[in-house]
Design a protein around this ligand. Structure first.
Ligand SMILES: *[C@@H]1O[C@H](CO)[C@@H](O)[C@H](O)[C@H]1NC(C)=O
Ligand SMILES: *[C@@H]1O[C@H](CO)[C@@H](O)[C@H](O)[C@H]1NC(C)=O
Ligand SMILES: *[C@@H]1O[C@H](CO)[C@@H](O)[C@H](O)[C@H]1NC(C)=O
Ligand SMILES: *[C@@H]1O[C@H](CO)[C@@H](O)[C@H](O)[C@H]1NC(C)=O
Ligand SMILES: *[C@@H]1O[C@H](CO)[C@@H](O)[C@H](O)[C@H]1NC(C)=O
Ligand SMILES: *[C@@H]1O[C@H](CO)[C@@H](O)[C@H](O)[C@H]1NC(C)=O
Ligand SMILES: *[C@@H]1O[C@H](CO)[C@@H](O)[C@H](O)[C@H]1NC(C)=O
Ligand SMILES: *[C@@H]1O[C@H](CO)[C@@H](O)[C@H](O)[C@H]1NC(C)=O
Ligand SMILES: *[C@@H]1O[C@H](CO)[C@@H](O)[C@H](O)[C@H]1NC(C)=O
Ligand SMILES: *[C@@H]1O[C@H](CO)[C@@H](O)[C@H](O)[C@H]1NC(C)=O
Length: 489
């Protein structure tokens, strides 16, 4: 029987049944049953509608309109890009950015989706806008990553001699570049890189996620950067850089060298209102490596780092060095919370670096469950090659710590200067931290000159001059050039 007839037959059956039901004494019950059935059906339909709406909001939110931040705006999808996580969109990025370059600037909108790509270059006067749920995915096959000459102030790739991999998102000699969005993500898929690095399968230094070199007027805000192969965000020899309200994530262990932000030979920079949890230093201010950094001679200076929450189980919340051969000065770090970390803040250097770390001011630091709060280390002996000059001694001076709080700290302070590299003019003003390790010498110093002002707990090392809250001298340091430390701690 053809389908149409079969349906017809069923309808006929139903019609034949219906009058017999009406004529029976069960008519009333039938009507009640039918009404009940309709009500249940209606209720189910609304419930399903409600469920769909709920899903809509959770998984398919109405796209937030993308603001127009430049006169010209383009959509990546209009350049042949496919956001399925499989299609390789390098050409689409290159075509779009080349169009922006030709037009003298513009905005590139990356909509929701997984946009797999190999490394590409930015251009001047451009805004890269990452919509909510937009993810730029770095391809994790190194054959797609171009090699670049080593950074001049490092002489070498940082971990292998010779050239290095470029960064996923790269820029050189640019002006006026913005990377922002509705908290879209740039994901470096670092896992494959970390494993290859550990198994010694890479012949070149891994690339950063975002690296901007020799550029000025850069703003990076309201985005998430995650799982970089190497350092996450690396501004190199740049001026006027603002990094605001970013989230930087990498696994807290087994993600080697995934520093959050590495301002390197940069001037006039601000990093604020951000959350960083990574597998190495949260922030590491640098300026080149030994003889190469000395020759390049570009300091990192006038940098403000504030209102951050940082976790670094492997290293420190905010570091300076160890590569600081071009000098680091005029740095302010304030309103910083470091939690569940190995160290709170650290300055690291060694003989051979040359340069200086000078006029560094830390204010309102909070450490929660941090093994060592404040560290200055002068024997970080990691050199590019045998060509370094062991007599190139860094200068460390004019460092101040104001209002240090915290709890769950094992060693609050460990400042190890040396005869060659003494730490000069350190000031502590107000410190109260809860300690977990009740030994005598937990405020540790060697070759340190400076003062402790006001209430300081735990009791400062003997090396420091002690002043009361009114800055009246209480006692002079007894042993500036001695070692008041307990190396077992
Ligand atoms: C980006 O620009 C740099 C400098 O011009 C160049 O060396 C590099 O190959 C470019 N990278 C890509 C992916 O085109
Ligand atoms: C941005 O996204 C990250 C990762 O999904 C999330 O942890 C963070 O809270 C988000 N930030 C904002 C401001 O929504
Ligand atoms: C590394 O170099 C060796 C020797 O030149 C070569 O055999 C190997 O294929 C290279 N590995 C990679 C991942 O490029
Ligand atoms: C710094 O960069 C921002 C953003 O591009 C720009 O608005 C500002 O004028 C620049 N400031 C200086 C002093 O160059
Ligand atoms: C980042 O920006 C978002 C959205 O504007 C805001 O809700 C959030 O509080 C900001 N985060 C920080 C740490 O300022
Ligand atoms: C540090 O700041 C002071 C005062 O603003 C300025 O005179 C000095 O030149 C700055 N140092 C560097 C290296 O820029
Ligand atoms: C130290 O740096 C701060 C900025 O961080 C600056 O205002 C101050 O003038 C500098 N002091 C000296 C002596 O350079
Ligand atoms: C100190 O920093 C914390 C964040 O770690 C912040 O909540 C607090 O307001 C800051 N205190 C002052 C006096 O700025
Ligand atoms: C010591 O450092 C402080 C800043 O931490 C600075 O104000 C002061 O001038 C320095 N003292 C000497 C003698 O250089
Ligand atoms: C401590 O040693 C430094 C050099 O290492 C020297 O300049 C300084 O005068 C010494 N201070 C004292 C009190 O001996």
């Amino acid at each position: 029987m053809p389908d149409s007839l079969r349906v017809h037959a069923r309808r006929l059956d139903y019609k034949r049944l219906f009058p017999s039901l009406l004529s029976s004494h069960q008519t009333f019950l039938t009507l009640i049953w039918t009404a009940g059935f309709i009500l249940v059906a209606l209720w189910q339909k609304t419930a399903v509608d409600r469920l769909l709406t709920y899903h809509d909001q959770r998984f398919f939110p109405p796209p937030r309109p993308i603001p127009k931040l430049r006169r010209l705006a383009f959509n990546l999808a209009d350049f042949g890009a496919v956001g399925d996580g499989v299609y390789l969109n390098t050409m689409a990025f290159e075509r779009a950015i080349s169009e922006i370059r030709k037009r003298g600037g513009g905005q590139l909108n990356v909509g929701p989706g997984l946009w797999l790509t190999a490394p590409f270059n930015l251009t001047s006067h451009m805004t890269l806008f990452l919509a909510e749920n937009a993810v730029i995915l770095g391809i994790d096959d190194e054959n797609y990553w171009p090699l670049m000459p080593p950074l001049p102030s490092y002489g070498y790739g940082r971990e292998r001699p010779g050239p290095r991999y470029g960064s996923l998102i790269h820029g050189q000699n640019l002006k006026d570049v913005v990377i922002t969005g509705h908290n879209g993500t740039i994901n470096g898929q670092g896992k494959a890189w970390w494993e290859k690095y550990r198994k010694n399968r890479l012949n070149h230094t891994r690339g950063p996620l975002v690296q901007i070199m020799w550029s000025r007027d850069i703003v990076i805000s309201h985005i998430t950067l995650r799982d970089s192969p190497f350092w996450t965000l690396h501004p190199y020899d740049c001026q006027n850089v603002t990094i605001r309200n970013v989230t930087i994530l990498a696994p807290s262990s087994e993600a080697p060298n995934t520093d959050g932000i590495d301002p390197d030979s940069c001037e006039n920079m601000i990093i604020e209102d951000s959350y960083i949890s990574v597998g190495d230093d949260g922030i590491a201010v640098k300026s080149g490596w030994d003889q190469y950094g000395i020759a390049y001679g570009r300091p990192s200076t006038n940098i403000v780092i504030r209102n951050l929450i940082v976790r670094s189980m492997i290293s420190a919340g905010v570091s300076i060095g160890s590569e600081m051969s071009g000098g680091v000065s005029n740095i302010t770090v304030e309103n910083l919370l470091v939690w569940n970390s190995k160290r709170g803040i650290r300055i690291k250097t060694s003989a051979g670096r040359g340069g200086y770390v000078r006029n560094i001011s830390y204010q309102n630091l909070t450490f929660e469950n941090v093994r060592v709060g404040i560290v200055i280390k002068t024997d970080y002996n990691e050199h590019p090659d045998e060509g370094f000059d062991p007599n190139a001694l860094p200068v460390i001076e004019d460092i101040s710590f104001t209002s240090i709080h915290g709890q769950g700290i094992r060693i609050p302070v460990r400042i190890y200067g040396s005869r060659e590299i003494p730490v000069r003019n350190v000031t502590f003003r107000g410190m109260l931290v809860g300690i977990t390790y009740k030994k005598k010498h937990i405020f540790q110093c060697s070759y340190v000159h400076g003062r402790a002002i006001g209430k300081i707990f735990p009791v400062p090392c003997e090396n420091l001059d002690v002043y009361d809250e009114m800055e009246r001298l209480v006692r002079l340091g007894t042993a500036q050039n001695s070692t008041d430390t307990d190396y077992d701690a």
